[in-house]
Write a protein that binds this ligand. Structure first.
Ligand SMILES: [Fe+2]
Ligand SMILES: [Fe+2]
Length: 350
C-alpha cells in the first residue's frame, strides 16, 4: 500500500505546552523574517490587470472577451478539467484561513491580533484570494465550463472542510504547508506550460503569475520548518516523519459536485495523465525538501527523531518504486470513460 508505513511512534497532533513555548519564542524572528515576505499591496498584481477590462466601452470590452474566447477555444477538455480542479482548490480559501488561524501560537483571536503569525496568515490569505478570483473569472468568460456545476463544487467543498491530519500543531502544519505550496507551484507551473502549448499565452501568464506567488509562499513555509529544525531538531524531525507517514493529502480531497462521489480521484487521474501533478512530482518535492532541510545530515537526534530521519530520507525511492508498480497495474486495467459535470458532462477516458 502507498504510502509505506514507518515506525515513528510518537504522534503530536495536539500541541504540548512546552512545544508552544518553543514556537512562541520564534515570534520575534517571524516579525523580522516571515512578515517581510508578504508583498506590499501596491506592488501586487490584481486580477483585473490580467482580464478583459470591464471599464472599457461595451464594444471594446466585448472585443477583449471575444479574443479571450478565441484563445481558449482549442484548449483540450482534459486541460479544462485540471484547471477547474485547481481553481476549485484555490476557492476553498476560507477553509485554509480558518485552519491556519486555529493552530496553537497562530490564533487571530480578536480578528486583528498583532501576533506576527496571525498577521502573516491575514496577508497570505489576501494574496491567495486573488488566485481563485482570477481563475474563476477567466473560466467564466471562456464559456468552456459549466459554471453552475463548478460553483456548486466550490460550495460543497467549503462546506465539507478538510481533513488535514495536523490538528492544531504548527510543527505539523508548517511541514504540510511547505509541501503543499510547493505542490501548488508545480501544478500551476505545468498548467502555464500547457496553456502556452495550447495556444493561450494570456492563460499561460495567469497560471505563471499564480505559480510565482505559490513559490514565494512555499519558500516561507519551508524556511519556518528550517527554523524549527534549528531550535528543536528532534521534534521537528518527528513532525516531518509524522506528516510524511500520513501522506500529504491535497487540500481539495473532499471535492464533490453533487454527482460524482469520486470526483477528486477522477480529477487527480486527469492531473496525473496530463502531467500537471504526478506521484513523481510528490517524490521530487520530498527530495527537494530533504535537501533544503539537510535532513540526512541532522545529528544528535533522539531515538525517535533518528527513526523519523531514516524513514523520511528513504521514502522518495520507495514512492517512485510503488508508483512504477501502480503504473504497470493501471496499464493492465481497461480504460474507462468518466463524465465530468464541469465540462457539460463530456466524457474523458481514464
Ligand atoms: Fe493559491
Ligand atoms: Fe498557495
Amino acid at each position: 500500500m502507498w504510502p509505506p508505513k514507518c515506525s515513528v511512534a510518537k504522534k503530536i497532533p495536539l500541541m504540548p505546552p512546552e512545544k508552544l513555548e518553543i514556537f512562541k519564542s520564534l515570534d520575534g524572528w517571524a516579525s523580522r523574517c516571515v512578515l517581510p515576505m508578504l508583498k506590499p499591496v501596491e506592488q501586487c498584481w490584481q486580477p483585473q490587470s490580467l482580464l478583459p477590462d470591464s471599464s472599457l466601452p461595451l464594444e471594446e470590452f466585448m472585443d477583449e472577451v471575444k479574443a479571450l474566447r478565441e484563445s481558449t477555444k482549442e484548449l483540450p477538455d482534459e486541460y479544462l478539467v485540471v484547471l477547474v480542479g485547481d481553481m476549485v482548490t484555490e476557492e476553498a480559501l476560507p477553509t485554509y484561513h480558518s485552519i491556519m488561524t486555529s493552530m496553537e501560537g497562530m490564533k487571530d483571536e480578536p480578528g486583528k491580533s498583532p501576533n506576527p503569525w496571525a498577521a502573516w496568515t491575514r496577508g497570505w490569505t489576501a494574496e491567495e484570494n486573488r488566485h481563485g478570483d482570477l481563475l474563476r473569472t477567466y473560466l467564466y468568460l471562456s464559456g468552456r465550463v459549466d459554471m453552475r456545476m463548478v460553483d456548486k463544487t466550490i460550495h460543497y467543498l467549503i462546506a465539507a472542510g478538510m481533513d488535514h491530519g495536523f490538528g492544531n500543531n504548527p510543527y505539523l502544519g508548517f511541514v504540510y504547508t511547505s509541501f503543499q505550496e510547493r505542490a501548488t507551484f508545480v501544478a500551476h507551473g505545468n498548467t502555464a506550460r500547457l496553456a502556452k502549448e495550447g495556444g493561450d499565452p494570456v492563460l499561460a501568464r495567469i497560471c505563471g503569475t499564480i505559480a510565482a506567488d505559490e513559490k514565494r509562499h512555499g519558500n516561507v513555509y519551508s524556511r519556518v520548518v528550517e527554523k524549527l529544525l534549528e531550535v528543536d531538531p528532534s521534534d521537528a524531525m518527528v513532525a516531518i516523519g509524522d506528516m510524511m507517514e500520513k501522506k500529504i493529502t491535497m487540500p481539495a480531497h473532499l471535492m464533490y459536485d453533487g454527482e460524482d462521489p469520486r470526483l477528486f480521484e477522477h480529477f487527480s487521474a486527469v492531473a496525473q495523465r496530463t502531467s500537471v501533478y504526478t506521484a513523481n512530482d510528490y517524490a521530487d518535492i520530498l527530495e527537494s525538501l530533504i535537501r533544503q532541510w539537510r535532513l540526512e545530515k541532522l545529528e544528535g537526534l533522539t531515538a525517535e527523531g533518528k527513526r523519523a530521519q531514516d524513514f523520511v530520507c528513504g521514502l522518495a525511492p520507495r514512492i517512485r518504486k510503488l508508483q512504477e508498480l501502480a503504473g504497470e497495474r493501471a496499464r493492465k486495467i481497461k480504460p474507462c470513460a468518466v463524465k465530468f459535470s464541469w465540462i457539460f458532462n463530456k466524457e474523458l477516458v481514464l
